[in-house]
Design a protein around this ligand. Structure first.
Ligand code: F3S
Length: 62
């Protein structure tokens, strides 16, 4: 599964790198981005938690 952040939707709230630091970080524009191409093994629930935590639904995991 590949995590990704829609840069147009992200408002830079910072929740996703807090919830799932193994998958997301903030870039210089203050937006989140996925730091991995694949959700790490065993962290599928964490990825889903990040998806549900984003206030603007900018995160997808497919
Ligand atoms: Fe942005 Fe949503 Fe993460 S607003 S910082 S993608 S929780």
């Amino acid at each position: 599964m590949k995590p990704s952040v829609d840069q147009d939707l992200c408002i830079g709230c910072g929740v996703c790198p807090s919830v799932a630091p193994s998958m997301f970080d903030m870039n210089d524009d203050g937006k989140a981005y996925a730091i991995v191409d694949e959700v790490p093994a065993g962290e599928e629930d964490l990825a889903q938690e990040a998806v549900e935590s984003c206030p603007v639904a900018a995160i997808t995991v497919e």
